[in-house]
Design a protein around this ligand. Structure first.
Ligand code: GLY
Length: 372
C-alpha cells in the first residue's frame, strides 16, 4: 500500500486507457492530460457545487492548458434532455473539435452526461473523467457507460463511450458530506461481496478508518474497486454477460429508488447497500448461501452507520408486488424475466435469469414486515 499514484490500466484494444488514483491529481491535471492533447485547450463540464469547490484548483493544475467551463445545476434532475442539449450546444459554441478533449469534472450525473455529450459530439470526441464523488471514482467514471435519464426510467438513453483517461484524486473525497461518502461506500462493499472475499474482510477491518478520512485506506479501497471493475469490463465491455455482476443489489435498489422518487429519502449507494443485503437474503432463501453471509453483510453496513433495512428508509413504501412491478422497466429485464445477481457466499456472486418470483416476493414481504 502506498500514497504514491497508482495506475490501473483498462485493456480494451484501441479503447484502452489508464485510471490514475492518488492524492494531488487535480494539481497535476495539466501534466496528466497533456499527452492526449492535439492543442493546449480543454472544455470542462461540471456542476455548480463542484465548480465552487474544485474548478479553480483544476484551472491551476492545468497550467498553460487553456480551460473553458460550463457549470450545470447540481443534482439528478440535470441528467435529462434539457441540460444535455444545453451542454452539447455549449461544446459546439466553444468550437470543440474532433481531436479535442472534453473533461467531465463531477459526480455520476456529470460523468454520465458529459461522457454521453462527448460520445455524440461530432460523432465522438475523447473525454477525461475527473470523478469527485466516491461513487463516481469506484464505479461510474470507469467502464464507458454514459447517458441520461428518460421519463421512462434512469439511464435509458446513452452509449458506451470509454474515457481516454480517468483521474481519481483521493484528496477530493475530503470535501464530500459524510452521507454522500457513505453512499459511495455501498458500491465499494459491493465489489468485495461480488468477487473478493479478502477485500470484504479488509473492509470489515479498515472501513471505519476509511470513513474517518485515512488517505492510505481510501486509496487502497478505490484502487481495489477499480481493479475489479476494470477486469470485469475487459471481459464484457457491453454487458452481454459477466458485467451484470456489477449490478449486485441493483435490481432491488432501482425499485426502491423509483418508489422513493429518486429523492433525498434514498441515495443511490444507500439503495445499493440495502439491495446487497436483500440479494444475499434472497440467495440464502434459495439455499445458495449460509445464513451467516447476509448476517455478516448487514453487520458490516450497520457498523459503518449505513442504511441496512427497508425500515431505514423514511416515509411509506409500496407493497412487495408493487416493488416487483417497479423492477419491470429496469434494463436488467431480458425477455420479461427478472435477472438477479445472486451469491453462493461472500465474494462469490453470479448472474441468474431464472429467479422464482415467489422467493423475491417472500424476501420483500419479510423486509417490509420488519418496518411495522
Ligand atoms: N455501474 C455498472 C456498470 O458500469 O456496469
Amino acid at each position: 500500500m502506498t500514497t504514491g499514484i497508482d495506475t490501473v490500466h483498462v485493456a480494451l484494444g484501441t479503447r484502452s486507457y489508464d485510471v490514475r488514483i492518488g492524492r494531488g491529481l487535480l494539481a497535476r491535471a495539466g501534466a496528466e492530460i497533456a499527452p492526449l492533447l492535439a492543442r493546449r485547450r480543454v472544455a470542462v463540464l461540471t456542476d455548480e457545487t463542484v465548480a465552487g469547490l474544485h474548478l479553480d484548483a483544476l484551472q491551476d493544475g492545468l497550467g498553460d492548458v487553456e480551460m473553458t467551463a460550463l457549470a450545470l445545476p447540481a443534482g439528478e434532475a440535470t441528467k435529462g434532455w434539457e441540460q444535455f442539449s444545453r451542454a452539447v450546444d455549449w461544446l459546439l459554441a466553444e468550437k470543440v473539435e474532433r481531436r479535442d478533449i472534453v473533461v467531465a469534472l463531477g459526480g455520476g450525473v456529470i460523468g454520465d452526461l458529459g461522457g454521453f455529450a462527448a460520445a455524440v459530439l461530432r460523432r465522438g470526441v475523447r473525454f477525461v473523467q475527473i470523478p469527485t464523488s466516491l461513487l463516481a471514482q469506484v464505479d461510474s467514471s470507469v467502464g464507458g457507460k454514459t447517458g441520461i435519464n428518460s421519463t421512462h426510467g434512469k439511464n435509458l438513453i446513452g452509449a458506451f463511450h470509454q474515457p481516454a483517461l480517468v483521474l481519481a484524486d483521493i484528496d477530493i473525497l475530503g470535501t464530500l458530506p459524510a452521507r454522500d461518502f457513505l453512499s459511495g461506500y455501498g458500491e465499494v462493499v459491493k465489489y468485495g461481496l461480488l468477487g473478493d472475499a479478502a477485500f470484504f474482510d479488509w473492509l470489515e477491518e479498515n472501513g471505519p478508518a476509511l470513513a474517518a478520512g485515512d488517505p492510505v485506506a481510501r486509496q487502497y479501497a478505490v484502487r481495489r474497486s477499480i481493479e475489479m471493475k476494470a477486469r470485469i469490463v475487459e471481459r464484457d465491455e457491453t454487458e452481454q454477460g459477466d458485467r451484470a455482476l456489477l449490478n449486485l443489489g441493483h435490481t432491488f435498489c432501482h425499485a426502491l429508488e423509483k418508489a422513493t422518487g429518486y429523492s433525498d429519502r434514498l441515495l443511490h449507494g444507500e439503495g445499493v447497500a440495502i439491495g446487497c443485503v436483500l440479494a444475499f437474503e434472497l440467495s440464502q432463501r434459495l439455499g445458495l448461501c449460509s445464513q451467516e453471509a447476509p448476517s455478516r453483510v448487514r453487520a458490516h453496513l450497520k457498523a459503518m452507520g449505513m442504511k441496512v433495512d427497508l425500515a431505514d428508509i423514511p416515509g411509506d413504501l409500496p407493497g412487495a408486488d408493487a416493488l416487483i412491478a417497479l423492477m419491470g422497466q429496469d434494463k436488467k429485464v431480458v425477455d420479461g424475466k427478472l435477472r438477479f445477481i445472486l451469491a453462493r457466499g461472500i465474494g462469490d456472486a453470479f448472474v441468474s435469469g431464472d429467479v422464482p418470483g415467489d422467493a423475491v416476493r417472500a424476501v420483500l414481504d419479510e423486509a417490509l414486515r420488519a418496518r411495522l
